[in-house]
Write a protein that binds this ligand. Sequence first.
Ligand code: AOS
Ligand code: ZN
Ligand code: ZN
Length: 430
Amino acid sequence: MSFRISADAIGSDNARRAAFLEDDYAALKRQVARRGIDLDTIADQVAAFGVALPSWGVGTGGTRFARFAGLGEPRGLDDKLEDCATIQQLTRATPTVSLHFPWDKPSDAAALKAQAADLGLGFDAVNSNTFQDQPGQPVSYKFGSLSHPDKAVRDLAVAHNIDCIRLGQTLGAPALTVWVGDGANFPGQQNFTAAFDRYLDSMAQIYAALPADWSVFIEHKLFEPAFYATVIADWGSSYLAATELGPQAKCLVDLGHHAPNTNIEMIVARLVRFGKLAGFHFNDSKYGDDDLDSGSINPFQLFLIFNELVDAAQRGAPGFAPAYMLDQSHNVTDPIESLMSSAMEVQRRYAQALLIDRAALTDAQTACDALGAHTLLKQAFNTDVSPLLAEVRRRAGGAIDPIAVYRASGYRAEKAKERPPRGGASAGIV
Ligand code: AOS
Ligand code: ZN
Ligand code: ZN
C-alpha cells in the first residue's frame, strides 16, 4: 500500500484553524459587501475554477548545467499521478493532469484513464514531444521536426502527433498542445518562408486527424533551443498558423515565452477578440523561459491577465473557453509544494479579478479617468482573498492550509522510502 494523506489529517488540521477562518471570511464578506459584492457568489465561481497540473512538473526539474534529483520523486507515471492526486486532495484546485508523450506513454490508455478517475483526476490537453530524440528513432530532430527540410523527419513528427491525439482520445483529453523548438541558430541557416510553409503543411496533416470535438493548441516561444530564429516565435506567427489551419486550431500562451516586458494581457485580449485563445501555461519569469512558480515574480501581471479573462467571460465573448495549465520547473523546492502554491496563486488572481467593479471601470474608462480606472483595479488587487480561497478549499473537502498539512504528513519522507532512487530518472527539463 502506498502512503496517502488521510482525510483525518486534513480534518484535524482544518478543525484547529476553523475559528480563525470563520472570523476572517466573515470580515472579508463584510468588506466586499460594502462594494456591493456577495462573497459567497464569488466563492462558487472560484470553486468551479481548475488549473491542470503538468505531469512533468511533479519531478525535479533542472537546468542545462545540472539536475539535482529530489528524494522520493516519481519514478514513472503511476507515481506522478499519485503526486498529482495529493495536490488535488489538498487544494481542490487541480482536477486534471496534462500528460506529455512519449514521457508518459501508457501501456494501456483505457486502464490509465480508469486509474486516474479512481484518484479523482481527469486529463486536460496532451502534449507532443518532437524537441528530443527518442531511443532508436530512425531520423533525428536535431535540426527541427515539423518544419525540417527532410520529409522523413516531418513525417515522423506528424505521425507522433497523430499518435498523441489517438492516445488522448482514449484518455478523454480535449486537445493536443504542440510546441516545437524548430528554428535556427545562424542567420542564413533557414529560409524563413520555406520553414513556415513546411510547418503549416505538417500541422495541416495533424489538424486533419483531429476529432470533431478536439482542438490543437499552438504554443509559441520566442527563443530556445533556437537562439536566432524560432519558427513559431510569437503570438503573431501562432495566430497566422491557427487561422490558416482552421477553427479547431488556437493559440496557447505560456507566460514565460515572450520578450521581457511584453504586454501579455494585451495579447490575451487580442486572441480572445478573435476567438483564438487556446489557454495558458502558467509560470513566472524574470528574464526568459524561466519556468518559475506562478505569481512568484510578477503577480500583478497574472492579475491583469485574469482581468481580461473575467471581462471576456462576463460579456460572453464567443467561443471563450480557455484551458488553464501550469508549466513550471522546480529546481530548488519540493515540486508538490510549488505546484500547490502556484495553483493557489492562479486561483487568487482569478478571485481578485472577480472583485473588480466592472461597471465603475467602464464608467471611468468612458470618462477618460485614467487614475480612477487604475484605482479600481488596484482596489481588487490589494484585497487579501486568502480567507476566500481557504474557505473554498474547506467546503470542497480540501485543506485550509495545504502546505502545512502536506509538511506535517511526512508524505515526502514516506515516498523516499517507497521510491528508492533509480539514478538519473528524468521527466525532461525544458
Ligand atoms: C517549452 O518551452 C514549453 O513550455 C512546452 O510547453 C514544453 O512542452 C513543456 O515545458 C515541457 O517541457
Ligand atoms: Zn509551456
Ligand atoms: Zn517553456
